[in-house]
Ligand binder design. Structure first.
Ligand code: OFO
Length: 183
């Protein structure tokens, strides 16, 4: 009897997404190390915490594949891209990576719909919400740096951003959590 509840195509796609989440963790890890070396300890702390979140995403997918009777394939993780040149390009890269990952998640949702694999569709909804949060966080970072003056931001402004990020919550509040009393 076949006890694998995932199609071969879905198993392959989920394994690839698992590696993509591990890759995202490596990207955050490398940007965090870069930020720390530049003296941005608050930014580094934020990015280090985020690297852990990405590893958690990887684990969720790994566990899901196993729970559905599938087999997990641990692949090599591609190297992260080159270090950014400054804080603004760093935050732009973070947003680009998140959008790229959102697109990969949407592809998995589409595939699960086409296969009528409703268990995977349901599982992926957690990731859809998570990606909205992560894009919101990344857009917030870019807003901060724009307000501070973008590429021309002063040392004082960068110092304040760095200090703020030390205590920045890891999760963004989403539009669906807002009310008229608590905009
Ligand atoms: Fe795994 O959420 Fe970011 O990429």
């Amino acid at each position: 009897m076949n006890t694998n509840r995932l199609s071969t195509a879905m198993q392959t796609a989920l394994n690839a997404q698992m590696t993509k989440e591990a890759h995202a963790a490596q990207i955050y890890l490398s940007y965090a190390a870069w930020a720390s070396a530049q003296g941005f300890s608050g930014v580094a702390n934020f990015l280090f915490r985020h690297a852990q979140e990405e590893r958690n995403h990887m684990m969720k997918i790994l566990e899901y594949i196993l729970q559905r009777g599938g087999s997990v394939t641990i692949e090599a993780i591609p190297a992260p891209p080159a270090n950014p040149s400054a804080l603004q390009p760093c935050f732009e890269k973070v947003l680009e990576h998140e959008i790229d990952n959102t697109n990969a998640i949407y592809k998995l949702v589409k595939q699960s719909m086409e296969e009528q694999d409703w268990a995977t569709w349901n599982f992926m909804q957690w990731f859809v919400k998570e990606q909205t949060e992560e894009e919101t966080l990344a857009l917030g970072l870019l807003d901060k740096i724009k307000i501070a003056g973008g590429a021309a931001a002063s040392g004082d402004a960068l110092y304040n951003i760095d200090r703020d990020l030390q205590g920045e919550p890891d999760d963004a509040e989403l539009a669906q959590d807002k009310t008229a009393d608590k905009p």
